[in-house]
Design a protein around this ligand. Structure first.
Ligand code: 5GP
Ligand code: MG
Length: 182
């Protein structure tokens, strides 16, 4: 059985750095929503955001509920509102404040489409919290309200993020050795 850690070229964000950042983000989110007097429905996008969700909600001191959605973008289409829903929410979003949880915002198409979908279904507001942001790759004009860390244009794995479904269980975010992609 292979040890997946030997495929990692470098660690970008350690387990401790991620934990500390989640604590800060959780506090900010708590304060922002406490001002409105309304706790959000936290909507996590499967599967990559699960470890981030688990770490973050320890530090959101509000009576939140959370639910999951799994979406994928339609290949070969330019239009923005086009996502395929693999798993829909069990909860109605009508009149609720939605906090979308993503692992990484890259082109921005996924969160933009889900954002539009939530508003179309009657959500009162939509905000986005993402562990990682890759602004240099953006093709649509979206800006997550809460960002853990910015990353360069580099493919990352770990803390929920995969390469061909592997590496999700690493407790840190890192970059794979070049030979892993061959
Ligand atoms: P977007 O719609 O913003 O282009 O895509 C976001 C999704 O692409 C993320 O939720 C994630 O699943 C995937 N993604 C983008 N960049 C990376 C990366 O560097 N590593 C991994 N593992 N997934 C990525
Ligand atoms: Mg994703």
């Amino acid at each position: 059985m292979e040890n997946i850690e030997q495929d990692i070229k470098k660690v970008l964000f350690s387990e401790q750095q991620i934990a500390e950042r989640c604590e800060t983000l959780g506090k900010e989110i708590t304060e922002d929503y406490a001002k409105t007097g309304r706790a959000p429905l936290v909507v996590a996008l499967l599967r990559g955001s699960v470890p981030f969700l688990a770490e973050l909600i320890k530090h959101i001191h509000l009576d939140i509920q959370y639910d999951f959605m799994d979406v994928t973008s339609y290949e070969g289409t330019e239009s923005i509102g086009d996502i395929k829903i693999i798993k829909d929410l069990d909860t109605s979003v009508k009149d609720l404040d939605i906090l979308l949880v993503e692992d990484i915002v890259d082109t921005g198409k996924t969160i933009q489409s889900v954002n539009e979908l939530m508003l179309h279904k009657g959500a009162a507001s939509v905000k986005v919290v993402t562990l990682l942001d890759k602004p240099s790759r953006r093709v649509v004009d979206v800006k997550p309200e809460y960002v853990g860390f910015e990353v360069e244009n580099e493919f990352v794995v770990g803390f929920g993020m995969d390469f061909n479904q592997h590496f999700r269980c690493l407790p840190y975010v890192g970059v794979l050795k070049d030979e892993c992609y061959q």
